[in-house]
Design a protein around this ligand. Structure first.
Ligand code: NDP
Ligand code: 2IT
Length: 458
């Protein structure tokens, strides 16, 4: 996998990146995420180079405060003991308790955990809410497992994780492969071991036991709120635009729902096997039933509409990206859009891309898209609605109270507008055109670095 070498004017930045690459040459995703941030913040670093260098600010920024890995043994339905690796990366708690999701997917490794935790620091800073950055998960594969197997795994995972988390310490939530079912089992085990009802220790909880309204919808809805802000700032209306979405999980489904509410037309969605194309409009109730209720494959959409078309993935460009649309929403996984995919999207006339996923575009793809004047809503900003609403869930848990759907949704909409303003102000201040990727990184870095400087050398 290419990690794209941006070139630097700042010697300090060049050294920091070179050292990181040497130290972590087996962590390509982490280096990719660091490279993107360091390149973006170069105009700020050039102004304060000696001060930052003296206090090793950037070396401290890219070194996690703590990495926890642990063994997760559990018994499968045949009575066979299985062993997975558990992770929690507590990257940076300058702005608040570590906060970030848990990912259960067979591809999970330390590089992926570190890139996600690193990005989370900046994303969480952009929300303006008091949360630091962390991430965790396991190489456990939930696909095809029974509920009892999922519960056995979650209980074992939490038996170790509980030693390291707490509502003022570190607050996990969901991510790929971790939804309401898993959060329920994790919370149950935490409560049982601690013998205390600390609702704010996890977010994304069920509504019956401390969850927040809108948390389920928040990442996808927030993505579309950000997208609308970005389009409006560039005099484009969302009404009537065609949309394709990579993924059909939590983020994808609620991005599709809000896109339809805004008058856009979602014509394709996918999973890791392939995509469905429905030229009129995707029937979202069918997708919800397939994915949220039956935990099935997107291909099953053909049972709901035999006139739709299913395209299996056949190359490193997921099939969904072959379909022409005005707006593209990668809502699946990292590095979904490589350079050739970005070239294809530009050739097909894409107007805007909104990163629902974390780091769905390679650095080469980002570079190419920005140079070709495509409006690109960066994940750190555009998908921050999920974690922002998690922070609102924590607030409600602290108050022992809850807000209505409308109240939370309005707060989410305001937070996303505010995040867009931060990105827009940064691009204007540094004369970055429509490079909202750099804008988001600069705006977030300003907050995190100020906090780190104020708190001294730790
Ligand atoms: P889900 O598990 O609900 O859905 C994941 C979707 O992505 C599925 O359609 C899945 O297909 C597809 N997918 C996952 N991994 C791969 C892969 N390696 N290759 C191809 N397709 C894949 O996860 P979420 O919707 O919660 O997360 C989607 C993305 O959004 C992730 O990048 C996550 O980090 C990010 N995100 C999530 C937030 C949240 O609140 N949940 C908040 C902010 C960002 P299949 O079923 O075939 O595996
Ligand atoms: O990537 C993310 O921001 C998430 N998976 C959500 C994290 C959270 O704590 O809600």
């Amino acid at each position: 996998m290419s990690i794209c070498d941006f070139t630097f004017k700042s010697e300090y930045l060049r050294d920091v990146l070179e050292n990181a690459k040497n130290k972590h040459n087996n962590e390509p995703e982490f280096i990719q995420a660091v490279n993107e941030v360091l390149k973006s913040i170069e105009p700020v670093v050039l102004k304060h180079e000696s001060e930052f260098k003296k206090s090793a600010l950037l070396e401290r920024l890219i070194e996690p405060e703590r990495i926890i890995t642990f063994r997760v043994p559990w018994v499968d339905k045949e009575g066979q003991v299985q062993v997975n690796i558990g992770y929690r990366i507590q990257f940076n708690a300058t702005l608040g308790p570590y906060k970030g999701g848990l990912r259960f997917h067979p591809t999970v490794n330390q590089s992926i955990m570190k890139f996600l935790a690193f990005e989370q620091i900046f994303k969480n800073a952009l929300t303006g809410l008091p949360i630091g950055g962390g991430k965790g998960g396991s190489d456990f594969n939930p696909k095809g497992k029974t509920d009892l197997e999922i519960m056995a795994f979650c209980q074992s995972f939490m038996s170790e994780l509980q030693k390291h988390i707490g509502h003022d310490i570190d607050v996990p939530a969901g991510d790929i492969g971790v939804g309401a079912r898993e959060i329920g089992y994790l919370f149950g085990q935490y409560r049982r071991i601690k013998n205390a009802y600390e609702a704010g220790v996890l977010t994304g909880k069920g509504l019956e036991y401390g969850g927040s309204l809108v948390r389920k919808e928040a990442t996808g809805y927030g993505l579309m709120y950000f997208m609308r802000n970005m389009l409006e700032a560039n005099n484009i209306s969302i009404e009537g635009k065609t949309v394709i979405i990579s993924g059909s999980g939590n983020v994808a489904i609620y991005a599709a729902e809000k896109a339809a509410m805004m008058g856009a037309r979602v014509i394709a969605m996918s999973d890791s096997n392939g995509c469905i194309y429905d030229e009129n409009t995707i029937n979202l109730s069918a997708v919800k039933e397939i994915k949220e209720v039956n935990r099935g494959r997107i291909k099953e959409y053909l049972n709901y509409n035999p006139n739709a078309i299913y395209y299996e993935n056949t190359s490193d460009i997921p099939s969904v990206y072959n379909i022409k649309a005005d707006i593209v929403l990668p809502c699946a996984t990292q590095n979904d859009i490589n350079l050739s995919c970005a070239e294809l999207l530009v050739k097909n006339g894409v107007k805007a891309i909104g990163e629902g996923a974390n780091m769905p575009c390679t650095n080469e793809a980002v570079d190419y898209l920005v140079k070709n004047n495509i409006l690109l809503a960066p994940g750190k900003a555009a998908n921050a609605g999920g974690v922002a609403t998690s922070a609102l869930e924590m607030s409600q848990n602290s108050m022992r109270y809850f807000w209505s759907f409308e109240e939370v949704d309005k707060k989410l909409e305001n937070i996303m507008s505010h995040i867009f303003k931060l990105c827009d102000t940064a691009v204007k201040t540094y004369d970055l055109g429509i490079n909202y990727v750099a804008g988001a990184n600069i705006a977030a870095f300003d907050k995190v670095s100020e906090g780190m400087i104020a708190q001294g050398i730790i």
